[in-house]
Write a protein that binds this ligand. Structure first.
Ligand SMILES: Cc1cc2nc3c(=O)[nH]c(=O)nc-3n(C[C@H](O)[C@H](O)[C@H](O)COP(=O)(O)O)c2cc1C
Length: 222
């Protein structure tokens, strides 16, 4: 049986991959009916080490919680600016989240008890995080196909956010996802447009056999 998708479907998969953007600018409006549930299903279809499914998704609808989360993010944004070796003033002008303008907020956390799972991650405990990141990427791509933007916000102190959202000991938030309608999906990453980084060339990240002695270091993006 032919396993390849029809050409148009293959093109659509690559289009979603290449036209996905991290979004910080949202326009007013609600998500289409059922979209959030489809995003949850996309997350749930992600691969996970040892099939542990470590992702936990918290939909945040409470206005007071949203306000407290915005404060936690702002505090970390200021701490990041203070810690940057250069370009702090420029960084502070950068938009790094769309918490107040997005239609919906979903926090993604690693479940408690990840350490008990050793299948496929005994030597690499970060495989739980990698699995949860796969779930987020599934949501990101599905949302793009549906014309909806997602911004991954990681400017927060995990312990503060975990306490605010009553997470059990051992659970750890890894993303605040801002989800909503957008005016546009920029053609290139905002950080590239603003000169914070450039996309690597294939030679910089694809190696044949061993890691070349003359491999170029990735330039730091600040
Ligand atoms: C793990 C992770 C955390 C991120 N955290 C933030 C964030 O806190 N704020 C932000 O504005 N963008 C964040 N981003 C988005 C990146 O800046 C963005 O993916 C990158 O600049 C490439 O742009 P693109 O996603 O539009 O291709 C994050 C992305 C990832 C994968």
């Amino acid at each position: 049986m032919e396993q390849r998708f029809p050409d148009a479907d293959v093109d659509a998969v690559y289009r979603a991959i290449h036209q996905r953007r991290d979004i910080r600018e949202f326009v007013p409006g609600a998500l289409p009916d059922g979209l959030l549930q489809r995003l949850y299903a996309a997350a749930h279809a992600a691969p996970s080490v040892g099939y542990m499914q470590p992702w936990r998704l918290l939909h945040i609808s409470d206005a007071a919680l949203k306000g407290a989360m915005a404060d936690i993010v702002e505090a970390e944004r200021q701490r990041t600016a203070a810690a940057l070796p250069s370009r702090a003033a420029e960084f502070l002008k950068l938009k790094v989240e769309g918490l107040r303008s997005c239609a919906e907020i979903v926090v993604v956390a690693l479940m408690d008890g990840c350490d008990k799972h050793i299948f496929g991650k005994r030597t690499l405990p970060e495989m739980a995080l990698a699995s949860a990141a796969c779930a987020i990427q599934n949501m990101w791509l599905a949302a793009r196909a549906e014309g909806i933007g997602i911004g991954w916000v990681s400017f927060f102190e995990p312990a503060d956010l975990a306490a605010l959202l009553h997470m059990p000991e051992g659970a750890k938030p890894i993303a605040i996802l801002c989800i909503g309608p957008v005016a546009e999906f920029p053609a290139q990453p905002l950080l590239e447009t603003l000169g914070w980084g450039t996309r690597l060339t294939k030679e910089q990240f694809v190696f044949e056999n061993t890691w070349p002695a003359d491999a170029l270091p990735t330039p730091t993006a600040y």
